[in-house]
Design a protein around this ligand. Sequence first.
Ligand code: ATP
Ligand code: MG
Length: 423
Amino acid sequence: VIEILTIGDELISGRTADINAAMIARALHAAGCIVRRVTTVGDAPEDIRLALLTCMQGIRFVIVTGGLGPTEDDRTAVAAADAFNDTLTLHPHALALLRAELSRRGLELNAPRQKQAMLPSTCTPIANPVGTACGFVMRYADRHYLFLPGVPAEACAMMEQFVTGYVNEQAGLRNAMLSVTLRVFGMRESVIQEALDAGPVLPMDVALGFYPHFPEVALRLTGCGPDEALVRDHLEQARVVIEECIGSCIYAEGEVSLPACVGSLLRERGSSVAVAESCTGGLLSHLITGVAGSSGWFERGIVAYSNTAKTQLAGVEKGLIEEHGAVSTAVAQALAQGIRTRAASTYGIGITGIAGPDGGTPEKPVGTVCFAVVGPESCSVHQRCFTGTRDQIKTLSAFTALDLLRRMLLGLQDVETGPSVPL
Ligand code: ATP
Ligand code: MG
């Protein structure tokens, strides 16, 4: 059980975002530790001293970063000495580390640099593989305090080279911690929760976290326990339960984007896609071309914004637009068919809609978007009504089009209850 303390006036004033706390928490979490609290204080020695002494119950390790450098504003060592009834001395081991590092870089040992070896007399220095300021370990009140420099690259290197191993060794036997991330599109958090509530309960030792990231939601399952095989088993059980509840809305596991997922499906099948988009203004093509290797399966994308462009670029008949309106499933289908024929691609996508904030009518309010996906065997046509800002409607539309193609590729049913409002 761990606490993290980051130190620096720049952190509490908001000038610098705290990279270290997140980096340390991630590293230790992955190593199976439980992080109970993250605290930040400024450079005032009294604040540092108090922060070092006020730990939560049961904390065994405190990881501290910042204020170990050679300058006047680096006061962590003195605050630590104060807190733990120690005094600063020119620490022989730290001095040796410092000399070795300086000579490796061809630098002189001047007075400010020597200050970096002024450490509490009872501490054990930690070598810094990428800088001159060494870290140090102190024991106090049954806790291990590990002090690291503030520079993120240095703190990170020392985490990898020393801290994780040290914590593992000192903590003895610990729990296995495993996790899996399920990526969901097409269901809002509350709807996912509702679906899960109706299903079987998850195993006790598996925690479920919701991480909405517009327009998607990531579900993170984390299992923790002393028996790794059992944790793995329970995690798998939980995954199956969730899959049963929300099934086809899970498009991938792990760090995969929806465009990349669709790309893999097309590549596996040796298929290609071309898109004709109106209200998304090229966003769909942009998302697709954000995937490395998309040239292998993306034939072309056109932005057919005006009625004339729809006719000229995708062969949509003028009469069709006059009869049904530019925002209609008929025109979406004609766009998809037109671009598929012209590109000679396996699949064609058409999108036309009203992103707002103006341009809505009572029959077709802002947020009305029509989609068509045309393939060799079938055509799926949809009309949705999204709410949200212009940007949100465009994003939802582009993702919805990708999801409709994914569903066609996998032979899945389309969900009619798509994300009609921002997640
Ligand atoms: P140095 O030897 O460079 O002085 P130090 O241990 O004294 O190292 P600080 O003076 O606290 O570290 O910070 C050095 C640099 O690292 C500063 O630019 C600071 O903004 C940055 N830094 C410190 N702590 C963090 C943090 N938690 N997250 C991101 N950046 C940080
Ligand atoms: Mg400094």
